[in-house]
Each structure stands twice: as structure tokens, then as C-alpha cells.
Design a protein around this ligand. Structure first.
Ligand code: KDO
Length: 335
């Protein structure tokens, strides 16, 4: 498996970031509004419910001592480079994924496995259960990134520009399916039966439009926000990944906050995640009909065939060798 960033480099970079913030904020005094700018970079669109909730809920909640400065559509950092930017002190926040964390810490690939989380509530219960504490601490200690809360993106489905019916993974043979560009995402594409093609999120619309790929996978609200429905013919409701992101925060900046400010940031993050989650769930409920009205075929394939193929692929994969002993069983047991 590729590790795009050497861990030793990251530790050094994280230490560098601490020094930068100490100079910015003044080591002895609590940070004030003038001093703290929380820049967030994400490929998400501004209409993505995670973006909306961060802007409407997180930003005002921390406004007494920090200004939240989001950069959507990957306008500040390229997708997949945000964690390194935080570690180097060049960015304060991002919406990261277990797939990105797994490029540095292989054990995080457990959360990239298809058909693992059951639903949004299961994600939250797993995140808060304590079973991830060691993994989170390692990210904090070695990368200088604090994972504040879990954000819901939604159930990922296969969205194709071709109209050939898909019932089982065999029907995806030879289909060039855009997946985000890390090993963990590419593996998921293969496990689904397709030929995965790595393309950055901001390039997906054009890739679909020009036929550079046959399809992509994302939750229904993302298909609407990014207008992928304009350049595709069908959505196969595979639900192959209940996708989650983590709100990532610079540990160096966190350490400069007073305990009260830390509590405010944490509560604001949890509240924004909850608001975004509920809105995203509501959208998922209504969007299948919307896409049908737009002329797309939207249907459920043989889910058991997909689940069996994907789960078998993960258990036999090199990823599984890095999963903490017993964690899969613990995740499955959490209600
Ligand atoms: C994507 O690139 O398909 C993806 O959905 C992956 C997610 O983990 C997340 O990064 C998301 O893009 C972006 O936030 C854009 O919505």
C-alpha cells in the first residue's frame, strides 16, 4: 500500500506547526478573535450540507474568539493534501476521510471497508464508543491533527452515464468507475466489480461529460450538489459505503485555546455535524424521486450479491492485516 507522506516527515511538520502558532497567538496569553483564523479547505461544494452547517452553525458559535474562513471546491488545497497542510501549519481545519488517514496510518483502512457501518447513527456510536481512542490519539500525536467529530456524507451509490442494467458485481465488469485517488478508494471500486479510475472530485463532472469515465460513486445529495445527474443516465442504489468524514482541527491551534474555548469549539463541531447529518438524511429520502423526474433510472440491484462480494474482498485483502485485533467484531457489536 502506498503511504504518500512519510510518518517522520509528518511528526517534524507537526512540531513546526506548534512553533508557528505560538508565534501567531502569543504563547502565554489565551488566543483572541484577531489572532485566530480558522481556515478550512475541502473539495465539498458550498451547497453540501456539511458546508452549510459549518457556515451556519459552527462559524457563529466560535465567532467570539475565532473567525471561520472556509474554502470550498478545493480552492485552497487540492483534495487529499489537506492533512499535510494542517500538519505543516498552513491550514487549521479540513473535512478528512478514513481513506486519507489510511495513507499515513494503515489501521484506518478498517473504516474504508464497504458495508461496514450500518447507518449514520452507527457511525456516531462507533466514533463515540471509545474503541477508536488509541487511533485518534496516534493521529494527534504523530500528525498534529485532532479529529473533533464525525460528519455524515451519506450512502454511496453507483452512478453511470451508460444505461446498461446492473444487478450484480459481474455487471460492472469493464466499467470505468471514477473513485477518489487513494489505494483504499481504488480497492473499493475493484471490490464492486468495476475498473476504478482515480480522479479528483473537482474533475468528475467533466470526466463524466466527456466520457473519460463511465461513472462515479457518491451519495445522492452529492450527485445533486455537483450536478452529476446532468451527465449520467442511472443510479444503482448499491449503498456500498455509508460514507463518513471527520472534522479535522490543528492540534497546535487547539493547544493555544483556553479550556472554555476548546469546549466551545468541540460543542460547535458536534452541533454542526448533527445539523448537517439530519439535513443530509432528509435529502437522501427525497432525492431518488427528484432524479427520476430528471429522467434517470434509479433502482436497487441485488444487494446481497454486492454485499457478499465486497465483504469477501475486504476480509481477504492486505488491508485487513492492519486492522486492530478484534475491532471489526467490536464495530459490528455496537448498536
Ligand atoms: C469524492 O471525492 O468522491 C468524495 O465524496 C470523497 C469524500 O470522502 C469527500 O472528500 C468528498 O468527496 C468531498 O468532501 C466532496 O464532497
Amino acid at each position: 500500500m502506498t503511504r504518500t507522506i512519510a510518518r517522520r516527515t509528518m511528526v517534524g511538520a507537526a512540531l513546526g506547526a506548534v512553533a508557528t502558532v505560538a508565534v501567531m497567538a502569543g504563547a502565554a496569553s489565551p488566543a483572541s478573535a484577531q489572532e485566530i483564523v480558522l481556515r478550512l479547505s475541502s473539495p465539498a461544494t458550498p451547497t453540501d450540507q456539511r458546508a452549510v452547517a459549518l457556515t451556519e452553525v459552527f462559524a457563529p458559535a466560535v465567532a467570539d474568539f475565532a473567525s471561520f474562513e472556509p474554502h470550498w471546491n478545493a480552492s485552497l488545497f487540492r483534495q487529499g493534501t489537506e492533512l499535510e497542510a494542517i500538519a505543516r501549519g498552513n491550514l487549521e481545519m479540513s473535512i478528512t476521510s478514513p481513506q486519507e488517514l489510511a495513507t499515513i496510518f494503515p489501521e484506518w483502512s478498517i473504516f474504508t471497508a464497504g458495508y461496514l457501518h450500518r447507518d449514520a447513527a452507527h457511525q456516531v456510536a462507533v466514533f463515540q464508543s471509545g474503541i477508536m481512542d488509541e487511533m485518534k490519539e496516534r493521529v494527534e500525536d504523530e500528525l498534529g491533527v485532532k479529529l473533533l467529530t464525525v460528519m455524515y456524507l451519506g450512502r454511496r451509490h453507483v452512478n453511470l452515464r451508460t444505461d446498461q442494467r446492473v444487478e450484480t458485481p459481474d455487471d460492472l465488469a469493464g466499467v470505468r468507475l471514477r473513485m477518489p485517488g487513494t489505494d483504499a478508494w481504488q480497492f473499493l471500486g475493484s471490490a464492486l466489480g468495476a475498473n476504478p479510475v482515480p480522479i479528483a472530485f473537482t474533475e468528475v463532472y467533466t470526466a463524466l461529460q466527456t466520457g473519460a469515465v463511465d461513472g462515479q460513486d457518491n451519495p445522492l445529495p452529492t450527485v445533486r450538489d455537483s450536478k452529476f445527474y446532468e451527465v449520467t443516465e442511472q443510479i444503482v442504489l448499491t449503498s456500498h459505503l455509508v460514507d463518513l468524514n471527520y472534522l479535522a482541527f490543528s492540534k497546535a491551534v487547539w493547544d493555544e485555546l483556553t479550556p472554555d474555548q476548546q469546549a466551545t469549539v468541540q460543542a460547535a463541531a458536534d452541533e454542526a455535524a448533527e445539523v448537517g447529518r439530519q439535513r443530509q438524511l432528509a435529502l437522501e429520502d427525497e432525492l431518488a424521486d427528484y432524479f427520476r423526474e430528471q429522467g434517470l433510472e434509479v433502482y436497487e440491484p441485488d444487494l446481497e450479491a454486492f454485499r457478499a462480494r465486497v465483504q469477501e474482498a475486504y476480509l481477504a485483502s492486505e488491508f485487513a492485516a492492519d486492522w486492530p485485533e478484534g475491532m471489526l467484531e467490536q464495530i459490528n457489536a455496537i448498536q
